[in-house]
Write a protein that binds this ligand. Structure first.
Ligand code: UDP
Length: 242
């Protein structure tokens, strides 16, 4: 079931349910794509109608940020919980490994990062075939899609940041031959060990964003808008316009 939070229709799933849904998409015919919006995506979608349409046209829309879960609660439409894109991707790789394997392509991040991520993931999931990777700073988007197609992946991680990754997936995803593409932001930096994720205790407290801010203080400008996002949701609830 979908829950509309601030204009974006989210799938209300636990992490396990999301993994099962993702696995079914990888095992079915045709192209599908998944998105992992956080409050920054929602703020961006208000100014970019095409981006909003792409978020709502996805086969799976998972609440990556705790801010989305808080907004859902404030609006009286609570979600089962947060489904971080990186946990979804990890769970999906483990599930695919258990059920016969899959070919996986990693697209995005700075030169060298996808290669390191591929080495780390190959060691962690020996039952999967990591069939190729390339950095996300290409000039020719169609040529990048052709490189992906030549590697014949089942599953494709697209890590270009929002909204670039969603626009690339919608425009070029079908031509890659992959069954499922997932927009995963900075996930390759984490898989490659370049960026450290918050310890589990911080994650459980819903403070992963704070840990990230501690690591990358330059994000303060982007993050400063997020409390206003929640104030906006509260205002809409109180005035009945949610
Ligand atoms: N990136 C990219 N190509 C671009 C711009 C960004 O591959 O043209 C990568 C960047 O190196 C990083 C990821 O996209 O690995 C975006 O990370 P960010 O932390 O901004 O995304 P978020 O997880 O916040 O959506």
């Amino acid at each position: 079931m979908k829950q509309v939070i601030e204009g974006v229709a989210f799938d209300d799933l636990t992490l396990d349910e999301a993994v099962r849904a993702g696995e079914a998409l990888v095992r079915s015919d045709g192209f599908h794509y998944a998105v992992t919006p956080n409050p920054e995506f929602i703020l961006l979608s208000r100014k970019d109608g095409e981006f909003l349409r792409l978020l709502n046209g996805a086969d799976l829309t998972l609440p990556d940020g705790i801010g989305v879960v808080y907004a859902a609660k404030i609006l009286g439409r609570p979600l089962k919980g947060r489904v971080p894109g990186i946990d979804f991707a990890s769970g999906l790789m483990a599930a695919l490994e258990r059920s016969g394997g899959a070919r996986v392509y990693l697209l995005g991040a700075k030169p060298g990062v996808a290669e390191d991520a591929m080495a780390a993931l190959s060691a962690r999931y020996p039952g999967l075939t990591f069939c190729g990777c390339r950095d996300g700073y290409f000039q020719d988007a169609a040529a990048a899609a052709e490189e992906v197609r030549a590697a014949a992946p089942d599953l494709l991680f697209v890590c270009l940041g929002a909204p670039k990754q969603e626009k690339w997936m919608a425009a070029y995803g079908p031509s890659t031959g992959a069954r499922l593409a997932i927009g995963l932001g900075g996930a390759l930096d984490v898989f490659a060990g370049r960026v450290e994720r918050a310890p589990e205790r911080w994650q459980k407290l819903g403070l992963e964003w704070l840990y990230r801010l501690k690591q990358e203080p330059g994000r303060i400008g982007r993050m400063a808008r997020l409390p206003l996002f929640l104030v906006g949701a509260a205002g809409r609830r109180l005035t009945g316009k949610g």
